[in-house]
Design a protein around this ligand. Sequence first.
Ligand SMILES: Nc1nc2c(c(=O)[nH]1)N[C@H]1C(S)=C(S)[C@@H](COP(=O)(O)O)O[C@H]1N2
Ligand SMILES: [Mo]
Length: 315
Amino acid sequence: MRIRPSDITPEPIYRARREFLAGIAGIGVAAALAQPAFGEQVMNVSLIERLQYKRNARYSTTESANSLADITGYNNFYEFGTGKDDPARNAGSLRPRPWSVVVDGECEGKGRYTLEDLLKPHALEERIYRLRCVEAWSMVIPWVGFPLGDLVKRLKPTSRAKFVEFTTLMDPKQMPGQRSHVLDWPYVEGLRMDEAIHPLAILAVGLYGQVLPNQNGAPLRLVVPWKYGFKGIKSIVRIRFTESMPATTWALSAPREYGFYANVNPEVDHPRWSQKRERRIGSGSLLSRQPTAQFNGYAAEVASLYSGMDLARNF
Ligand SMILES: Nc1nc2c(c(=O)[nH]1)N[C@H]1C(S)=C(S)[C@@H](COP(=O)(O)O)O[C@H]1N2
Ligand SMILES: [Mo]
């Protein structure tokens, strides 16, 4: 991994993760590598927090990844404030374990799953994906996760299921941003079924080889690399299969600006700014502005999902 000494996680975050790991040991975590704890004594971060996974080169960009400092220090997670540095400062109050996910709606696999049970059958992969925020900045992130489609298959949607809806935790005690009505909480996102089972769509549980930091959506978040970042809902507590299109948070909040599809599209400007270019976070000032690619560079894989659709109307 390309973790530099300067990227080492601050101790409080690290401690929260270690507690988290104690809860999910045995589900792909390198539990055997964990050393015995002595009170709150600091242990070797890279050994204890590393997840077991295989790299997926086929679905990874060769662009160089952003630093862990960029990825964990420049975030959108309005449940912890609307500033880019608010999540890093405030997300310590989130308790990502114990955690469970309710599955309901049009499927056979309804029920409440502990995080351990939800993850158990799924082998983890590292995939280095571009993330393009609707605000015209971008990053490259080495996620660790598994295909959402594998989970969908396992939950056996009925023939009536046309969409998958995801919901974030609602708990103003853990998520102080929910005390302000900046969005209609809880945060909800959704995908059409064919999008959800596309092999590029993943549920992430880690990044840079370690469990997700709270500010990046611990313990479980969606990553859909051909869509604007806001589709990548964090800290998921509910997965529901529906017949009709889910009412999603940003589309409800500003329907002229944010649609259900939210495919990255340099041809369709946001009403208040252009989407033709993007600023790569962390790169030198000369090269930091670069053109945005159709479907964020994943057109060869996903354009066929939208054949026949007017993408200027279905934005
Ligand atoms: N629950 C929740 N999920 C969320 C958001 C949010 O505010 N709340 N922000 C979204 C936006 S706009 C982006 S760009 C990505 C940012 O993910 P990152 O901070 O891990 O890079 O998370 C998305 N998921
Ligand atoms: Mo975003």
